[in-house]
Design a protein around this ligand. Sequence first.
Ligand SMILES: [Zn+2]
Length: 100
Amino acid sequence: MDKRQKKKLKRSEKKKKTKAQAQQQQEQLKKQMNMFDRLPETCSACGQGFPKTREAHMSWKVVVRTEEQQVRLFCPACLEKASKLVEERDAAEQQTKEAP
Ligand SMILES: [Zn+2]
């Protein structure tokens, strides 16, 4: 086998690898697409319908749980409520810590 043939062989091996990688990427993409198929049409907390506008896409939050294959959608109002709850809880925890 001369050097040129060896080089050719190496190149074809590389091609195989990139092909496998591309296939993997595509499969991952497919999985992600499936997840987006599961996107709910309403807020997961209050049930408000998701308006399919650009603004809504910017302000609503999508929470993806890959392990459970669950997609949750939260409207801005519920997001605010949730963050307030967390703040209140943090404040309460601090108060109990400060109490003797
Ligand atoms: Zn909501």
